[in-house]
Ligand binder design. Structure first.
Ligand code: NAD
Ligand code: ISE
Length: 335
């Protein structure tokens, strides 16, 4: 039968994942939902037959028919939910970030290692985006030669209340950290952050935009414009400069119209729209692998490595200059 999934956290992402599992994904069903806000959990489960509703994530993991867990609570709640899923030996798809800092991410790695088999896929969904996947294939083919530089732009319309300067790095640029490591097959070794005078669109006190620079162990240099109150749309763009050519994605040229003396197209307004296909493919890949008894996709190691880069980035942002990234040696378990 279909894989019974418990969804932990039914806010913006969790509710969308519930809908996706119920309406889009093949071979899965939502068996339980949990949210500390009982009303939210109830709303998410509305109309889904056989889905039990909980306020306690562990009760949801133990509910009838649950065979796998999707964690979509806020980052600080992930560690407890991951450890509980391990205790019940349940496979997990965990929204990014794995955990908010490297020390807690290491505890998760250790706990997974003690199980003796991988259990976690981290929700770095950009790896499932068609454009990023094409870019990766092109780079892997070697046709353009060695990647020298990677330029990224990451723009959001606006930030929710409570979004801090550190979150530009740990909540937003964390995606570029993962995609850089994945596209180039290299680890990030140092981070530098430069901040222009904040935009007038940014809430009082928020350092927005920022320019974030990564150096990698393969000698590449990467820049990220993070600009999260741009007002005009949601844009994620990347251009790789290689020895024999360049390649770029994210221009959003799927539909260009020409009329009345002008040409143009629409700009996506948020990640749910821009990455809809990526979220769908990520979920299907996780469900398919789980039903085969396999774990694929971004691992807890990727969650740990990005958490370590985030820590360096936040230090660099607060006047630290160029900050080296400290990683433990990668265990064979994650090779
Ligand atoms: P949100 O605030 O909309 O939803 C979080 C929900 O979790 C809320 O309903 C809250 O009541 C509930 N919650 C809080 N503590 C809980 C706990 N201990 N147990 C169970 N539920 C709890 O947040 P969101 O935007 O949906 O983000 C959720 C996660 O998804 C975060 O990890 C975030 O980083 C990630 N996210 C990923 C993407 C992406 O592009 N992949 C986009 C946005 C958010
Ligand atoms: C959000 O949490 C995401 O993960 C989005 O993909 C990103 O674009 C946004 O900046 C984050 O806040």
């Amino acid at each position: 039968g279909p894989l019974g999934v418990a969804v932990i956290g039914t806010g913006k992402m969790g509710a969308d994942h519930v809908r996706r599992l119920h309406e889009v994904t093949n071979g899965a069903r939502v068996a339980a939902v949990a949210d500390v806000d009982a009303e939210r959990a109830k709303r998410a489960a509305d109309g889904i037959e056989g889905c039990s509703v909980h306020t306690d994530p562990i009760a949801a993991m133990r509910a009838d028919g649950v065979e796998a867990v999707l964690i979509a609570s806020p980052g600080p709640a992930h560690e407890a939910a991951l450890l509980a899923a391990f205790a019940h030996d349940l496979p997990v798809l965990c929204e990014k970030p794995l955990t908010p800092d490297a020390a807690s991410a290491l505890r998760v790695l250790e706990a997974e290692r003690r199980l003796g088999h991988r259990r976690v896929q981290v929700g770095f969904m950009r790896r499932y985006d068609t454009e990023y996947a094409r870019l990766k294939s092109l780079l892997d083919s070697g046709e353009l030669g060695r990647p020298l530089m990677l330029h990224n732009r990451h723009r959001n319309v606006s930030t929710p209340p409570g979004f801090t300067s550190a979150m530009l790095i740990s909540d937003s640029v964390v995606h570029e950290m993962d995609i850089t490591r994945w596209l180039l097959g290299q680890e990030i070794t140092a981070v530098t952050v430069l901040c222009p005078t904040p935009s007038g669109n940014a809430p009082e006190g928020l350092r927005d935009p920022q320019l974030v620079l990564f150096e990698t162990d393969g000698g590449a240099v990467v820049d990220v414009e993070i600009n999260v109150n741009c007002g005009f749309g949601y844009q994620v763009q990347a251009e790789v400069v290689c020895e024999r050519g360049t390649a770029r994605i994210g221009d959003g040229h799927a539909l260009v119209t020409t009329a009345a003396g002008r040409w143009g197209g629409a700009v996506a307004q948020d990640f749910v729209e821009r990455f809809e296909d990526a979220y769908d493919r990520q979920m299907q890949a996780w469900v398919d692998a789980t039903r085969r008894g396999e774990v694929t996709g971004p691992s807890a190691w990727d969650g740990y490595a990005t958490a370590a880069v985030c820590e360096a980035g936040v230090r660099a942002q607060t006047g630290g200059g160029r900050i080296a990234v400290e990683l433990v040696e990668r265990p064979d378990f994650y090779r």
